[in-house]
Design a protein around this ligand. Structure first.
Ligand SMILES: [Zn+2]
Length: 238
C-alpha cells in the first residue's frame, strides 16, 4: 500500500519515493508514498512532475486501487526500486483545496438553513457545484446563502482532520451528509473533516487549514433541476 501523505498533510507539495511496481501496459508506477491525490469525492486527481535522475516526467493521471496509488507518466518508466522525486502542480492543487473547503462550508450553511442533504457534487480548480434536495428554495435565497457563506469563511474557522474506526462512523449518521452512504464496506477507518462549528463529514480529499484561506466566494447561480433538486455553483473570487 502507498502511504498517502496528502491524507494527513495536505500542504506537502513534494516527496521522495521509491517505485514499488511498474505497469508497462498503462505506463504507470506504484510508489511507496505520495503527495499526489488520486481523485475522489468530486475532487479531481493532482497533476505534477516526477523527477528520475536527469529526467522530468509529467504525471498525467493519478488513480488508486487496492494496491495503492498509481502515477501515470508521460515518458520512459523507471524500474522497481528506483528513487524518484515527486512535485505537485501546487497552484492547481491549492486552488482545489480552497474550492473543496468552500464546498464544505456551503454544505454547512445549507444544512443550517434548510437541513438539506447533498446529493452530488463536482469541482475544478476555482469553481465547483453541489446538488441539494431543497424543496422550498426560492430565488431570494441565493443572495442570503452567498452572504452566509462569506460570513462563515471570514471567521477563519479551523479545519481539523481526524480518523474514526468504521463502527464509530457508522453509528454517527450526522457524519454522512450525502444522501446515500457511499463509503466502501471494506473501509476500516473513516477520515473526518471538521470545519469546527460549521460542517463535519467523512471525506478523503484535501482542504485548507482555516476558512480564511478560501477568500471571497460568489454563487453565480442556483439551477432548478426539478422536484426540489437544486444545483448550486460557487466560484473563488480569484
Ligand atoms: Zn469533500
Amino acid at each position: 500500500m502507498t502511504k498517502r501523505i496528502y491524507s494527513t498533510d495536505s500542504y506537502a507539495r513534494a516527496m521522495t519515493a521509491t517505485v514499488v511496481r511498474t505497469d508497462v501496459d498503462d505506463n504507470r508506477v506504484l510508489l511507496d508514498q505520495t503527495v499526489f491525490y488520486p481523485g475522489g469525492g468530486g475532487q479531481p486527481p493532482d497533476a505534477g512532475i516526477l523527477t528520475i535522475g536527469d529526467d522530468q516526467l509529467a504525471v498525467v493521471r493519478v488513480t488508486q486501487d487496492a494496491d495503492g496509488v498509481w502515477h501515470w507518466l508521460d515518458g520512459g518508466l523507471p524500474s522497481a526500486g528506483t528513487t524518484v522525486e515527486g512535485r505537485l502542480d501546487w497552484e492547481r492543487r491549492y486552488k482545489l483545496m480552497r474550492t473543496h473547503t468552500a464546498l464544505h462550508a456551503l454544505c454547512g450553511v445549507i444544512w443550517r438553513r434548510f437541513e438539506s442533504p447533498v446529493t452530488g457534487g463536482n469541482m475544478e480548480p476555482g469553481s465547483g457545484r453541489l446538488d441539494f434536495d431543497i424543496p422550498d428554495w426560492s430565488a431570494d435565497d441565493l443572495p442570503l446563502v452567498q452572504a452566509d457563506l462569506n460570513e462563515e469563511l471570514v471567521r477563519r474557522r479551523q479545519i481539523e482532520v481526524s480518523f474514526l474506526p468504521r463502527d464509530a462512523a457508522d453509528n454517527d449518521p450526522s457524519l454522512i451528509r450525502t444522501k446515500v452512504n457511499l463509503l466502501p464496506k471494506t473501509l476500516t477507518e473513516v477520515r473526518v473533516i471538521d470545519i469546527v462549528g460549521l460542517d463535519r463529514q467523512a471525506d478523503g480529499g484535501t482542504h485548507v487549514n482555516e476558512t480564511g484561506e478560501v477568500g471571497a466566494i460568489t454563487i453565480p447561480k442556483a439551477e432548478n433541476k426539478g422536484r426540489g433538486f437544486r444545483r448550486i455553483r460557487v466560484s473563488l473570487a480569484e
